[in-house]
Design a protein around this ligand. Structure first.
Ligand code: F6R
Length: 366
């Protein structure tokens, strides 16, 4: 049932190209230039009336929602807030009939996410769900459902569900942009063309797993490390850090690279590993200057950049290039080496990769 892989997690990491294809297929028109989301029943007026979007989820799905914020704000120019469901429920969020609430849940059964959905509906908001389980509670109670076709996810650590959630956000963001006219048709077609190239690019990353395995073996000898990045790289850093904590039990923290010097830099000492994400070209120069700050204090920096970029290698100790894509799409690739890093670090520490201590796959208690 593990199809020749040692663990479900590794199998599921390798299923991501297929999950990308399945989640995209039938949602792009024959000309390859427009998104078709028949499952979303919003009228043009419904879409035009959206004044704000709230994305609500837990854990890894929350991290997908942080990328979702970047995607929707960029493509549709609508303000988005992303909240952890257990916080959202109790902070009296300002939900109006012009608020679109999006809940994201692999299982569709997470108690806090479901309660947030119910609260949003009670306040008169329309709810769009992104979920991987057809017929789940979240799917049944939402107004519209965008199903991620990742297939069953068995490993407790979520991988292909997260990346499929990103695809759902790209599709939905493009769908809003088409209706609102916030992006040129040519740009929308370019994003779609790049989305279709993701599966093959993930394959190329997976072929270089040995490099990441080597990083993991170095990281596994430490008890503390940092992930840093800016913009979408920061959102991915949060997910990379969670994955590593969850299955390797190594403590790590993800930091917005520019924020380090406001206190946390005090923790950087000789030899500490820092995983630096620098895939966002526009922010590269700023990220490089933050990398220099940690290097100057003795950090050992593992950098992720985009293929063809030549600056980062001058600053970091080790570098891994992700295949080139649009900046907006880079999270869909850059998270893959971080999933592998967590996997191999967990193995190196002799942990039970698929069933980490203290955790359950579906959290149906509040
Ligand atoms: C981490 C992980 C969890 C889940 C979270 C939400 O790898 O899997 O953080 O993402 O418990 O679960 P769902 O998406 O089922 O609502």
């Amino acid at each position: 049932e593990k199809a020749g892989f040692d663990h479900f997690m590794l199998k599921e990491i390798h299923e991501q190209p297929k999950a990308y294809r399945d989640t995209l297929s039938s949602r792009i028109d024959a000309s390859g230039t427009r998104v078709v989301l028949d499952e979303v029943k919003m009228s043009q007026d419904d879409i035009r009336s959206i004044q704000q979007v709230h994305i609500v989820a837990c854990g890894t799905a929350y991290h997908a929602g942080l990328v979702g914020k970047g995607i929707i704000e960029k493509l549709a120019r609508i303000p988005v807030e992303t909240d952890v469901a257990s916080e959202y429920r109790y902070r009296s969020p300002i939900i109006t009939p012009n608020t679109l609430v999006m809940v994201v849940s692999q299982s569709g059964e997470t108690a806090d996410t479901l309660a947030a959905l119910r609260e949003a509906k009670r306040c008169g908001a329309r709810v769009v769900a992104i979920t991987n389980v057809v017929g789940s509670s979240v799917a049944r109670e939402a107004d519209d459902v965008i199903t991620t076709w990742a297939g069953p996810e068995i490993a407790v650590a979520s991988t292909k569900a997260y990346t499929s959630q990103l695809v759902a956000f790209y599709l939905f963001g493009l769908y809003l942009a088409q209706t609102l006219g916030t992006q040129e048709a040519g740009y929308i077609a370019d994003v779609i063309a790049e989305l279709k190239r993701l599966p093959e690019k993930v394959e190329r990353i997976l072929e270089q797993a040995d490099t990441i395995k080597n990083w993991a073996e170095q990281v596994a000898t430490h008890n503390n490390l940092f992930f840093i990045g800016r913009g979408l790289d920061y959102a991915v850093a949060l997910e990379g850090s969670l994955k590593l904590k969850e299955i390797s039990y190594i403590h790590s923290e993800a930091y917005a690279a520019g924020e380090l010097k406001h206190g946390t830099l005090a923790l950087i000492e000789e030899g500490i590993p820092v995983i630096a994400l620098a895939t966002q070209e526009e922010l590269l120069e700023k990220t490089v200057s933050n990398i220099k700050e940690v290097k100057a204090r003795g950090a050992h920096v593992f950098g992720l950049n985009a293929e063809g970029e030549t600056e980062l290698v001058k600053t970091v100790d080790e570098v891994f290039a992700i295949p080139h894509t649009l900046q907006l799409l880079s999270p869909a690739l850059s998270v893959v080496p971080l999933q592998l890093l967590a996997y191999y670090a967990s193995l190196a520490r002799g942990n039970d990769v698929d069933k980490p201590r203290n955790l359950a796959k579906s959290v149906t208690v509040e």
